[in-house]
Write a protein that binds this ligand. Sequence first.
Ligand code: AMP
Length: 357
Amino acid sequence: MAEAPTPLPPGSSIGVLGGGQLGRMLSVAASRLGLRCHVFEPGAEPPAGDVAHRVTMASYDDEAALRAFAESVDVITYEFENVPATSLDLLGSLAPIRPGRTALAVSQDRLDEKAFIADLDIPVAPHVDLGSPDDLAAALAEHGPGIVKTRRLGYDGKGQVRVTPGGDLAEATAVLTGTPTIFEALVPFEREISVIVARSLTGQVVCFDPGENVHRDGILHTTTVPARIEGATADAAAAIAARIVDAFDYVGVMGVELFVAADGDLVVNEVAPRVHNSGHWTIEGCVVDQFQQHIRAIAGWSLGDGRRHSDAVMTNLIGDDVETWQVLAAEAGAGVHLYGKGVSRPGRKMGHVTRLV
Ligand code: AMP
């Protein structure tokens, strides 16, 4: 048997690529475990900067800054998936990157991601790689209504256009002409769930209970735990998540989003190789939350058990929703989280609130 790796001791430094709210909550979790976060972020006044031990504000092509950052930390992780490959090459030559490069590269491209998951005999939405408007017409004829999605850089419903046979395809055609896209057939789901799964350096896998997700305008609105699904469906979803992290030889937390059909059949929508918005409820709902679980995993520690001690509903505060902070603060049982972002814009995640039920 391979020797167990030595866990990073308290006082060690974790490099975090990206300084948004996920980096902020990772930094808080690390500090609770006696570890320090050094955040690398190109943008000014990153939300994680308020709580991280150190911040490097530099661009991802600033080689000297990347080098100094990597040399100052014991392990590197990311909350931002679109870190350029060349930056990762340099960073990876200087410090371990966890989760590893493969999961990041595969999940950056919807087509590669679907191929990876389908190769594990896990169902994904029927899809077609679009090279031209003719491919789109053929896809619509074969599969019926669907969504044109950019292969890369799409999130929160961005880079997506709904299409129907006989409908106006001008917007979709404009998108697919400029950038690589896929057509995805509409999956007739009854509900959407996600599994937040963690895998340790020694291959221990722990799942949080699936949350049921409701989106508004393509952005997560609420996550409710437990999801309204059969126990067998929850077990099947956890088993799928475990197979995916094992196949990647993954270290850290991953969010696996799934569609649930009326008969309980599961289709994987997408995976995120990082802590996930639909796992924020774990801060109030579990002894060891997703952020601690991620830090534990990448630091080579044992994982917590992931058990939920309370049912919970997490609601995102998007854009102007954050203006209600005084009302929320007056609600004694509400776990209020504000991300310290100065300016609210429509669609911008400004905070969230978790209520135990
Ligand atoms: P995505 O960015 O791919 O997660 O898509 C955002 C949201 O759009 C999902 O959470 C679903 O609500 C919806 N959606 C995306 N793809 C599909 C699909 N193939 N069938 C039905 N709904 C979808």
